[in-house]
Design a protein around this ligand. Structure first.
Ligand code: IMP
Ligand code: MG
Length: 206
């Protein structure tokens, strides 16, 4: 790399590789409440999860299965925090229900490209609320005969799951508010917020 380019990459507005210090374009958004998980806390926890997965999966590289769209930010950070040659696949599910609650009836909108037979699968989820989406996914993926299947959920809402879910890796337990950011949306908005915040705006009807 030429000296000029190297110098350019280290210019102050890129300090720490992030746009820290830049104006927060969401600061005055009346629909956003308090920060639930700050950017640096997310960073730290995601690298811890990466370390745990690295330690657990040595010798049997995992296939990360991201649940779109919410998990796309988390999975991209998590994949890079795992010091193993992982493979990545994605699936998309749609659940019937209102915009902010799940009915439990889930439909696969985009299926995986990979064959799960004999693979060590880690399902990467953004948030577990009722747990219904995850229960459905687990059943459906286990039917494909993976060698193992574990779940890595960034957020779990406290007190919302009627039965205990077997979650091998959890980033944070959070209060049962509706939250956005770091991949999570409301009507496709706020996915690129760098932190997780409470959403206090009107709930769109879908
Ligand atoms: P569950 O089936 O009730 O556990 O809902 C899980 C799915 O609903 C998540 O994967 C999200 O896509 C969505 N969801 C649940 N709670 C929230 C939230 O607070 N913000 C954004 N999406 C959410
Ligand atoms: Mg999701």
């Amino acid at each position: 790399m030429s000296a000029a380019v190297a110098e350019d990459l280290s210019s102050p507005w890129r300090a720490g590789g992030r746009s820290t210090g830049a104006v927060d374009p969401w600061a005055d958004d009346p629909d956003l409440g308090e920060i639930v998980v700050a950017e640096d806390v997310l960073d730290k926890r995601v690298s811890q999860l990466g370390d745990e997965i690295t330690a657990d999966y040595g010798g049997r590289p995992p296939l990360l299965v991201g649940v779109l769209k919410g998990a796309f930010v988390f999975m991209s950070d998590l994949a890079r925090a795992i010091r193993l040659p992982v493979e990545v696949d994605v699936m998309a599910v749609a659940s019937y229900g209102s915009a902010t609650t799940t009915s439990g009836v889930v439909r696969i909108v985009k299926d995986l490209d990979s064959d799960l037979t004999g693979r060590h699968v880690v399902v990467v989820e953004d948030i577990v609320d009722s747990g219904l989406t995850l229960s459905y996914l687990r059943r459906s993926l286990l039917a494909r005969q993976p060698a193992s299947l574990e779940v890595c959920a960034l957020l779990v809402k406290e007190g919302r799951q009627p039965s205990k879910l077997d979650l091998r890796y959890v980033g944070f337990h959070v209060p049962p508010d509706f939250v956005v950011g770091y991949g999570l949306d409301v009507a496709e908005r706020y996915r690129n917020l760098p932190d997780v915040r409470v959403y206090r705006g009107p709930v769109p009807v879908d």
